[in-house]
Design a protein around this ligand. Sequence first.
Ligand code: GRF
Length: 198
Amino acid sequence: MLSVAVLISGAGSNLRALLEAADAPGFPARIVVVGADREADGLQHAEDFGIPSFTVPYARFASREEWGAELDGQLRVWRPDLIVLSGLMRLLPPSVVDAWSPRIVNTHPAYLPEFPGAHGVRDALAAGAVQTGASVIVVDNGVDSGPILAQERVPVLPDDDEHTLHERIKPVERRLLIDVVRRVATGELDLAGASTPR
Ligand code: GRF
């Protein structure tokens, strides 16, 4: 049974979907802990499912590295087989990525390598894209630059704004993420072997 830690910063709707999937009989992974870089609303989902959680408030640390060291310490308590960044709006410091890579995956609301970074949805709209997408990648020390594990196109509609487009992307992200976690858990997907020529 693959043990999974999920890190969030926001509403955690993707986390909720993963918790529901993992709650189903026969799912080969379980969420063992939820972590956040702030008092995220999404922590309520962990409580609803009786999953432990921790918060490492980014604002309380003098540097990304010090924040990362505390986050790493918390993760080592739980020793997850896989770390899922699902709406974590922070770049992990290299010390954390290097300690856990390639067992860290991230969801991104764009069809990478298109529109990387914190505003992928907004950037797709600003670019006038007629389609964007959702991607699940292995986290490396770049910005959304790691090997692509799964991705799918999502249409942009003429009257879309950032919210409506993001809400259309998220269900696709959730489905891709749940499937990636399942495939990692069954051994079908080998993260160490994942590589995408960029
Ligand atoms: C997701 O689209 C994720 O890919 C992006 O931020 C969003 C988080 O949404 N980084 P939620 O917190 O899971 O609702």
